[in-house]
Design a protein around this ligand. Sequence first.
Ligand SMILES: [Mn+2]
Length: 305
Amino acid sequence: MVIYSIGHKNPDTDSVCGAIAIADLENQLGNETIPCMQGELNPETKFVLKKFNVSVPKILTDGEGKKLILVDHTEVSQTVNNLGKAEIVGIIDHHKLGDITTSTPLEALIRPLGSTCTIIKQLYNFYDKVIPKEIAGIMLCAILSDTVIFKSVTTTLEDKKVVEELAKIAGVKDIKKLGMEMFKVKSAIEGTSIKDLVLRDYKDFDMNGHKVGIGQLELIDLSLIEKIKDDLYEEIKRMKGEGRHSVFLLLTDIMKEGTEMLYVTDDSNIIKKAFNKKPEKKSVWLDGVMSRKKQVVPPLEKAFS
Ligand SMILES: [Mn+2]
């Protein structure tokens, strides 16, 4: 039976390119696998797939009756509908362990590295399989995206080593230049609705029984969004009204290496508790904070517990 590899909701470059790469490896190992994604491509991922001439995965939102490899997530809130009626045959991820459980044994590989694609590169090595040039290119981009061109605290030596190796395979000479090209595309906001900007890289979490939404925009320069900040705030306020305890929007300046966090919450003490900083009325500046996974989710979860 065919297997589907699939990343999280609101797919980002790592979850899409990871699904494509793991499908390629599984196919090389004789396990027929089709890469999928749970929603439309964001502009950055669209740019990456086009640049390396890789076809866009099909959309899959329902897991019923399917064999799945979950990529870049282990949270029920981030996965396909009807997961209980699917068979999870594999998980490959680099986040904290979420709440997904299985009823059958599975292959699972979770490592605290900068990107799922770093782990997949290690798997190619483990099985001694060759990475096609175009797949190496998109994996390289996924690692640069997730590690914010190695600026994020999530970056490990292994990510840097793997990027060097992938660049050789993909024929990429200037890694930094490619990274900046990607983040320029990512920073472009023209022609995108406010709602789509908030949802571009958005995840819901369950924090001690509270539904908490956290979105992130990684930008080359925060002045790019100065004019629409109020509109972004109104949108997260609207989303909070849908039954969430809090909604946070991280406006991350990748050059200044910090984040302005817009917030709407039932309890602003949570912010003080989590970040040891008194928030202003609608936002708080978090110096050095670039990673939702490592620097925002853990302190918030602690504050909620
Ligand atoms: Mn990732």
